[in-house]
Design a protein around this ligand. Sequence first.
Ligand SMILES: [Zn+2]
Length: 113
Amino acid sequence: MGLLSGTIFDRPPHCERCEKPETECKCPPLEPVRRAPGKQMARVGVEKRKHGRMMTVVRDLSPADNDLADLLTKLKNACGAGGTLVDSNLEIQGAHADRVRSELQKLGYKVKP
Ligand SMILES: [Zn+2]
């Protein structure tokens, strides 16, 4: 019994899009697949920094799934405050947890209660 007959081992790998052997394939690389905001859960917290300054921090959003710089701009605008991207955390100056939560939800994100 030829267990392998008729399986993919019978021919070299072919591209699924253009059907050409992979050595001849000229297809552009696939766009990285981003998770939809509705599939992501953000964590929003307010932290006290030095000199008693309050900072609203958004965690758990992956840079692979989101344009974090763009998101930061939206949140800064919504809060009318400054902010920075620290690693993959969004930090907005001031205590704006409610504003940030509702803005994230407006954009379709889930926010941890
Ligand atoms: Zn191809």
